[in-house]
Design a protein around this ligand. Structure first.
Ligand code: DGL
Length: 267
């Protein structure tokens, strides 16, 4: 069993990929929908929330955890790894490697929450990955932008490709990246792939790196062979289950059946 968590729906982007890569493994997902967004909060608050989230997931017999949240991955991984004795994967490393491989013009953009951008973790990891690939860590130019409104747009279901509000928000946030001329964009928040079509409309021809997907791939690469389980997925949230299930169904392609509300404050 693998545990996956995020501040809300975004981590489903990792779960979707994990389902494909680990078809026989049970998955347990926690979305902290009662406290989303994390990305506009302080590092201390994010860390405290993340510790509770993982404490909840470790009440299941999980063999590894995926921090399917860019904000937690860039601010709290050392604290989580220090507190729990199991393999914990974040979303930064896999995405940075994928971006270093994908860029042709050596211009990479990163978008994420304010906390993620403030951390500088993605640019650092991209330089490291690019250096490992080419021997010249400084041979890549990077631009980072925070896009805080994308998360509430996703959580509230403004996810259609042609939604005018999402399109306008994309234009406002991504115009600088178009001007910079990046050919590769890391969606450094796991919520963003859910509006990938709208982002691509604003930045045509740019390769989008889905952090959740890359994290699941890295887990596949690093974890030993998969146990034969039932391949079930259970979902837990910290607020209303109906709104989670309806947005999740658009993204996952079918309505998640097993959604339960929990009191995360008690963990
Ligand atoms: N999915 C998140 C991330 O990857 C969270 C966004 C938020 O809660 O602000 O950063």
């Amino acid at each position: 069993m693998i545990g996956i968590f995020d501040s809300g729906l975004g981590g489903l982007t990792a779960l979707k990929e994990a389902r494909l890569l680990f078809p026989k493994e049970d998955l347990v997902y926690f979305g902290d929908t009662g406290r989303v967004p994390y990305g506009t909060r302080s590092e201390e608050t994010i860390r405290a929330y993340a510790l509770q989230d993982l404490r909840f997931l470790t009440s299941f017999p999980i063999r590894a955890a995926v921090v399917a949240c860019g904000t937690v991955s860039t601010t709290s991984l050392p604290a989580l790894r220090g507190a729990f004795d199991l393999p914990i994967f974040g979303v930064v490393e896999g995405a940075a490697i994928a971006a270093a491989k994908a860029t042709k013009n050596r211009r990479v953009a990163v978008i994420g929450t304010p906390a993620t951008v403030r951390s500088g973790a993605f640019p650092e990891a991209i330089r490291q990955a690019y250096g490992a690939l080419t021997g010249n860590a400084d041979g890549v130019e990077i631009i980072s932008r925070a896009c805080p409104l994308f998360v509430p747009l996703v959580e509230n279901g403004f996810i259609e490709k042609d939604d005018p509000i999402t399109a306008l928000t994309c234009e406002r946030y991504l115009a600088d990246i178009r001007e910079f001329g990046a050919d590769t964009l890391i969606l450094g928040c796991t919520h963003y792939p859910i509006i990938a079509d709208a982002i691509s409309k604003t930045l045509p021809g740019v390769t989008l790196i889905n952090t959740g997907r890359e994290a699941a791939r890295l887990v596949r690469e690093k974890l030993p062979p998969i146990p034969e389980e039932k391949g079930e997925a259970r979902f837990f949230v910290s607020d209303r289950t109906d709104s989670f299930a309806s947005v999740a169904s658009v993204f996952l392609g079918s309505k998640p059946e097993n959604v339960t509300r929990i009191d995360i404050g008690s963990y």
